[in-house]
Ligand binder design. Structure first.
Ligand SMILES: NC(=O)c1ccc[n+]([C@@H]2O[C@H](COP(=O)([O-])OP(=O)(O)OC[C@H]3O[C@@H](n4cnc5c(N)ncnc54)[C@H](O)[C@@H]3O)[C@@H](O)[C@H]2O)c1
Length: 431
C-alpha cells in the first residue's frame, strides 16, 4: 500500500483518489480551488458521478482519504503523486499546459526524497519530458525522482467502473524502479498493464481519443447518406458492429461528440501533428463532420417548424452525455444558444445538469421534468440519451405538446412506432 498525492480534484482526480483509497492506499487530494476543497471536507461533492459520493464517504470514514490545499504537504507525505489538473484548449487548438507546469514547479519546490510523479492529465506527447526537465532545473539535479505517463481512459458516467475494471492500464516509464512501483500499485485491479516509454504512452492516449472520435464522425457521415437514400443507419451500425474487427461501440449516429475531452483532444493532436510537420487531414475531416452534424440538426428543426422565432421549444438533456452533470462543450448547450439567438423560447430539463446549466445560460426556462418541458411546446428536442427519456409516457407527451413534433438527436425511439403514435418524428439517419 502506498501514500499517494492527487493534485486536481475534478472528474479524473476525485475518481482516481476514491478508487486508489478503496484499494487500501492512503490518499491526500489537493486543489487550488479553495471552496471545492472546503466543501469536500464537508462531504459536498462538486460533480455528479454515479457511486462517487458513497465511495468518498466510505474511504473518508476509514481515514484513507483526506483533502488539503497544499501541494507541498501532498508531495512531502506521498511516494506517488498524480497530476490530474485540467488541460483546456488554447485559442490555436493546442493544449494549455500552464496548470501542469505550475504543479510541476510546486512539486519541485517541495520534493526532498525519491518520488514517482505521474501525469494522468491528457497532454500532448513530449509533456512528460518537459515535466522532468522543469523539475530537474528547479531542483538543480539534487533530487532523485521519476516521471511516469499514465493516461486516463475513464468515461464520465461510468468512471468508477472504468477505473476499477479498466480494459488496460498504460504506463510510460523510464526506470525499472518506477515501473515496479506502478505495477504494484495497480496489481489489485488484475488488469492488463501495457508498459512502454513515456512518449509512446502519450501517443496511445492521443490515438485512442482520435480513433473514437473518428468512429463517431464516420457513422454520422454514413447517417447522412442513409437519410438521403432512405436507408437505416441503426441497422447499418448494428451489422457493422457484429464484425469483430469493427466492434459496435461508438457507432451511434447522433448530433456528434462534445464534452471536455474529445473536441479539445482532437484539436490538440491535429495541432501537435502540424507542429511536427504532418497535416492530419483525416482528423480535420472528423472535426468538420462533427461540426456539420450540429448544423444538420438545426436545419431539421427549421425544416419542421419553419420559423424559429417565437417558437416554444422543449429540450430534453443538457449534459454532454448521460449519467453526468458535465456540460463542458455540450452540444445541447450549443444548440440551445443557437436557437435562443434565433428567437426561440426554450424550456429545458435534465436529470442532473440543471444546476450547472443555470449557472451558464440565462433567459431559458428550466423545468422540473420532461413533461413540463413538453407542455405547450411546438416541438420537443432530445439532446442527451438519458435512460429515463426512453421510459417517457409518449401518449402524455403528445397531449402536452402544442403540436406532436419530436426531433431526436440521439435516436432513442423507433421511427415507425413514433409515426404510429401520431408524432412527426425526425431522428438521425433513419426515415
Ligand atoms: N473528464 C474526463 O472524462 C477525462 C477522461 C480522461 C482524461 N481526462 C483528462 O484529465 C484531466 C483532468 O480532467 P477533469 O475532467 O478531471 O478536469 P476538471 O476541470 O474537472 O478538474 C481539474 C481540477 O484541477 C484543478 N486545478 C487546476 N489547476 C490547479 C493547480 N495549479 N493546482 C491544483 N489544482 C488545480 C481544478 O481546480 C480542477 O478541480 C484533463 O487533462 C482531461 O483531459 C479527463
Amino acid at each position: 500500500m502506498f501514500n499517494i498525492g492527487v493534485i486536481g480534484t475534478g472528474y479524473v482526480g476525485l475518481v482516481t483518489a476514491a478508487c486508489l483509497a478503496d484499494l487500501g492506499n492512503k490518499v491526500i487530494c489537493v486543489d487550488n480551488d479553495y471552496k471545492k476543497i472546503e466543501n469536500l471536507k464537508k462531504n459536498i461533492i462538486p460533480i455528479y458521478e454515479p457511486g462517487l459520493a458513497e465511495l468518498l464517504k466510505k474511504n473518508r470514514l476509514a481515514k484513507r482519504i483526506s483533502f488539503g490545499h497544499s501541494i507541498k504537504e501532498a508531495t512531502t507525505k506521498s511516494e506517488i503523486i498524480f497530476i490530474c489538473v485540467g488541460t483546456p484548449a488554447n485559442a490555436d487548438g493546442g493544449a494549455d499546459l500552464s496548470a501542469v507546469e505550475k504543479v510541476a514547479f510546486e512539486i519541485a519546490q517541495a520534493i526532498k526524497g525519491y518520488k514517482v510523479i505521474v501525469g494522468k492529465s491528457t497532454v500532448p506527447a513530449l509533456t512528460g519530458e518537459r515535466i522532468k526537465q522543469a523539475i530537474e532545473i528547479k531542483t538543480q539535479g539534487r533530487v532523485n525522482f521519476d516521471v511516469v505517463s499514465n493516461p486516463e481512459f475513464l468515461r464520465e458516467g461510468q468512471a468508477i467502473h472504468d477505473t476499477m475494471h479498466p480494459d488496460r492500464i498504460v504506463i510510460g516509464v523510464e526506470s525499472k524502479h518506477a515501473e515496479d512501483i506502478m505495477c504494484r500499485l495497480y496489481k489489485p485491479l488484475k488488469s492488463q498493464i501495457v508498459v512502454t516509454n513515456i512518449q509512446t504512452a502519450e501517443i496511445i492516449k492521443h490515438a485512442c481519443n482520435s480513433f473514437l472520435s473518428t468512429k463517431i464522425s464516420f457513422i454520422n457521415a454514413i447517417a447522412h447518406i442513409c437519410e438521403k437514400l432512405g436507408a437505416d443507419v441503426e441497422m447499418v451500425a448494428q451489422a457493422m458492429g457484429l464484425d469483430k474487427r469493427i466492434a459496435k461501440d461508438f457507432l451511434n449516429a447522433g448530433i456528434g461528440f462534445g464534452g471536455y475531452c474529445f473536441p479539445k483532444d482532437l484539436d490538440a493532436f491535429i495541432h501537435l501533428a502540424e507542429k511536427h510537420g504532418y497535416n492530419f487531414e483525416l482528423l480535420k475531416s472528423v472535426r468538420k463532420i462533427n461540426e456539420e452534424q450540429k448544423r444538420f440538426f438545426i436545419k431539421k428543426i427549421e425544416e419542421t417548424l419553419w420559423n424559429i422565432k417565437n417558437k416554444n421549444i422543449g429540450v430534453l438533456g443538457l449534459s454532454f452525455k448521460p449519467n453526468t452533470d458535465d456540460i463542458r462543450n455540450s452540444i445541447a448547450m450549443e444548440i440551445i444558444r443557437t436557437l435562443k439567438s434565433a428567437g426561440a423560447k426554450i424550456k429545458a430539463y435534465d436529470p442532473q445538469a440543471m444546476a450547472k446549466a443555470k449557472a451558464e445560460i440565462r433567459g431559458i426556462q428550466f423545468c422540473k421534468d420532461s413533461y413540463a418541458a413538453a407542455k405547450n411546446s411546438d416541438c420537443l428536442l432530445i439532446m442527451t440519451e438519458w435512460a429515463e427519456f426512453k421510459k417517457l409516457d409518449l401518449a402524455k407527451i403528445k397531449k402536452l405538446l402544442a403540436q406532436p413534433v419530436i426531433i431526436d438527436g440521439r435516436n432513442m425511439f423507433e421511427p415507425a412506432a413514433m409515426k404510429k403514435l401520431g408524432f412527426v418524428y425526425k431522428c438521425v439517419g433513419r426515415c
